[in-house]
Design a protein around this ligand. Structure first.
Ligand code: BG6
Length: 509
């Protein structure tokens, strides 16, 4: 195996030089939920530990369940020590948790907002910066932003006011548009931070560095050299306790409309004029506008739908999707999807992008595989009719974060036998540190006012307007049959094999 020369180990991959200059209050609505204890608090703790969070910042959790400040902190600590034992340090945690308080409140009660506002005003913070984090049932997004607006809590006279909106952002184009106009009644667009946690992953941001900070890749990054692109997100997890949410959502809404299309825009976009929120988002929007629509029965040839049955994952038996809590026994919801996407622009004309994602697959892996065209002539094996080992660039997003390039090399000894080998780069040995969680980066960016890695309303709407017809076709029976695959499947679903190689349909077996 050949290795890239990499920077000295120990070099920190974080963004430690980005530090808040002024304190802020982070107000989490829906604070008793999983996201707060599993992601938000651990990320804020890490920012505090690295001194990127201003030391006078405070975190206020709001939910209906009554807790004292101490009980809330204990609950967070229990979860932190369970999931983040490697970064836990009692002294720092105690200092950090003094900045956390809790208020029991009803998100539909105006009085509760007024009381929060008056207690914050009494603190006489200067500036009174506030980040509202909506980590609750999406049915309440509009209620919260409306009341924040009506009670005067979004005006920026005393300090900035920003809102982070979690996914799902609508369930189709119509609901997404309605949500945007509801939020914009209370917040200006530049105060709204719509999250897609994939954009907070270092390995995803690195796609742009890889493409635009190096000179050697961009010249071949087009239809003249690239044969196809595969973007796949496989999970071993099932739907867990989210069955009733998931059954109404399915894989297209849960993963494609947001994460997979965002990855595609990073691979396919033109160089932005600057690394700055609007320039970047303008380029992503251009890609989304050039996705060729998949309409009606076209979904039969260009998409695959699957649902997991029972099976074995990591040596353990797991139930079928239809046996999961909250899922009807005859559910038709997809837990796997694949789409062959074409981009109608100069750079990508006729290059297929295969996007796939599934739950309960044989292994967890998110990767982008770029397959290059073969050399025009097989000088070393003229008897070959097709090239068996094209160059492949793999951007490994997780869990084995890195970059690999496959190329042919001569097997030592006589003759001209060739074999594919890899140039490998792995983050961990290269930088000697665990990559920060995506939420850490996104929270810090929102606190610093950098919206580059958040989605603009038009991006979300374009993504929905491309996904909606596919959802419609699937619902109308114009898509392919739902294929049942065993949990823990290794290899491709039958539908995917045909999607990648349609000649199989003509010559089965
Ligand atoms: C979430 C989806 O947005 O992303 C989940 O709702 C999915 O269903 C998760 O499991 C995957 O995120 P990651 O970071 O583990 O790839």
């Amino acid at each position: 195996m050949v290795h890239f020369a990499v920077p000295e180990p120990g070099q920190n991959p974080g963004n430690e030089n980005q530090v808040m200059q002024h304190p802020a209050t982070i107000i989490i609505f829906g604070a008793s939920g999983d996201l707060t204890r599993r992601k938000l608090i651990p990320s804020l703790f890490d920012l505090y530990r690295k001194k990127q969070l201003h030391p006078d910042s405070q975190i206020i959790g709001i939910s209906r369940t009554p807790f004292s400040d101490q009980e809330f902190r204990e609950k967070l600590k229990a979860s932190f020590t369970e999931f983040y034992a490697h970064t836990y340090d009692a002294k720092t945690w105690d200092q950090f948790s003094n900045h956390i308080s809790y208020r029991s409140g009803d998100v539909t009660s105006r009085d509760d907002y007024l009381s929060l506002d008056s207690s914050l005003s009494q603190q006489k913070r200067k500036p009174d910066n506030r980040l509202y984090y909506l980590s609750l049932d999406p049915r309440f997004y509009q209620t919260v932003t409306d009341i924040l607006g009506e009670t005067g809590m979004t005006g920026e006279e005393e300090g900035w006011r920003r809102v982070i909106i979690e996914k799902p952002y609508g369930s189709n184009l119509k609901t997404a548009v309605a949500l945007t106009s509801a939020i914009q009644r209370s917040f200006f667009e530049n105060q709204i931070y719509r999250i897609d946690h994939y954009l907070g992953k270092d390995t995803v941001q690195n796609i742009l560095i890889f493409r635009f900070a190096n000179a050697i890749f961009e010249p071949v990054w087009n239809r003249n050299y690239i044969d196809k692109v595969e973007i796949s997100v496989s999970e071993t997890l099932g739907v867990g306790t989210r069955g009733s949410y998931y059954d109404k959502s399915g894989i297209l809404r849960d993963m494609f409309q947001n994460h997979l299309l965002q990855l595609l825009t990073f691979i396919a976009m033109e160089p932005p004029i600057a690394f700055e929120a609007d320039a970047l988002r303008d380029e992503k929007v251009k890609v989304l506008r050039t996705l060729r629509p998949i309409l009606g029965s076209q979904a039969r040839e260009q998409t695959v739908r699957g649902q997991y049955t029972s099976g074995i994952i990591n040596g353990k038996e797991v139930p079928a999707y239809r046996g999961e809590q909250g899922v009807p026994a005859d559910s038709q919801t997809e837990t796997f999807g694949e789409i062959k996407v074409l981009i109608d622009n100069w750079r990508w004309k006729s290059v297929p992008f295969y996007l796939s994602s599934g739950k309960r697959m044989g292994q967890k892996s998110t990767e982008i595989r770029i397959q290059f065209k073969c050399p025009p002539h097989f000088l070393f094996s003229p008897q070959l009719q097709e090239c068996l080992s094209p160059n492949i660039l793999t951007l490994s997003i997780q869990p084995d974060e890195g970059i690999h390039i496959q190329f042919l090399t001569k097997v030592p000894g006589g003759g001209l036998e060739t074999r594919p080998v890899n140039l490998d780069f792995h983050y961990e040995p290269a930088f000697g540190a665990i990559l920060p969680d995506a939420y850490e980066r996104l929270l810090l960016d929102a606190l610093l006012g950098d919206a580059s890695l958040f989605m603009r309303a038009d991006e979300i709407e374009l993504a929905w307007s491309w996904i909606d017809p596919i959802l419609q076709a699937w619902q109308d029976g114009q898509g392919p049959e739902l294929e049942f695959y065993p949990a823990g499947i290794n290899g491709l679903l039958a539908g995917s094999q045909i999607l990648h190689n349609p000649t199989l349909l003509a010559n089965p077996g």
